[in-house]
Design a protein around this ligand. Structure first.
Ligand code: ZN
Length: 255
């Protein structure tokens, strides 16, 4: 029973929420992990910085299940890579949001050609995808008391997806802090990096062994091709995602 006639939704509730806010651990993070090069590098970044790290992925009706198949392999490889990382790395959750995929149908989730649309965005753009991912991730982080969301969004990405811009993510971070009354942050360590610099960051975090692990197990190719092996990893070698990954690799090796 609330004291002094306060309704439960009044002062007591505010005090309770403030106490919960303090319980969100600033030393812990939830990484949006898709098993691609970028999110794997983000995961390594989080493991080198936070005491406790969990991962979340989304099944939204992608054309290929390759990414979902690669995630346990990558997580296992990261645990083997560094015993300290193995201690920090906690639960992995895959959330089914197929209904969103159906709603936001695009080349990634339906059998359509990957091409440039009249609005200047490639047909691979899934409207609002990162906003949906972050909302689900925030709900999970809130439950688990994790203080940060970490995502591989990047402004220098060729495609210029508007929901990858830091401006969008600043607004989203603010919306989540207000709407959930938390101190939750949205960390985007790759925001200003080129693909070559992302390879360099992986090398900085874990040397050749981490780079090898990302080459071998991470998946980027839009076509879901894991039969062609290149210096930079598996992929068809011609789709925009392969092209970007290959060019970044070449630029990093040449540096
Ligand atoms: Zn490809």
């Amino acid at each position: 029973m609330a004291q002094g006639g306060d309704p439960v939704s009044g002062r007591d509730a505010v005090r309770a929420r403030r106490a919960y806010k303090a319980a969100m651990s600033p030393a812990s993070a939830l990484v949006l992990f898709s098993a691609g090069q970028d999110s794997t590098t983000c995961l390594a970044w989080a493991l080198s910085r936070y005491d406790r790290v969990e991962t979340v992925g989304f099944a939204y009706g992608q054309r290929h299940a390759v990414e979902l198949d690669q995630r346990p392999r990558l997580l296992e490889a990261l645990r083997r890579h560094d015993p300290k990382w193995a201690e920090k790395l906690g639960a992995d959750e895959v959330i089914d949001i197929a209904s969103f995929g159906a709603l936001a149908e695009s080349a990634l989730t339906a059998d359509r050609a990957i091409e440039m649309q009249a609005n200047g965005l490639p047909s691979t753009f899934v409207p609002g995808r990162n906003l949906v991912f972050l909302t689900y991730a925030a709900a999970l982080a809130y439950r688990r008391g994790l203080g940060a969301l970490v995502g591989g969004m990047c402004e220098t990405d060729f495609s210029g997806y508007p929901d990858c811009r830091r401006d969008t993510l600043d607004a989203m971070e603010r919306a989540l802090q207000l709407g959930l009354e938390t101190t939750l942050t949205v960390d985007t360590p790759l925001m200003k990096l080129t693909k070559a610099q992302t390879w360099a960051l992986a090398h900085e975090l874990g040397g050749d062994a981490l780079v090898d692990l990302i080459v071998e197990h991470s998946h980027t190719c839009y076509e879901g091709d894991r039969t062609h092996r290149h210096d930079w990893g598996y992929g068809c070698g011609v789709c925009p995602a392969c092209d970007l990954r290959a060019k970044g690799w070449a630029a990093w090796r040449a540096a």
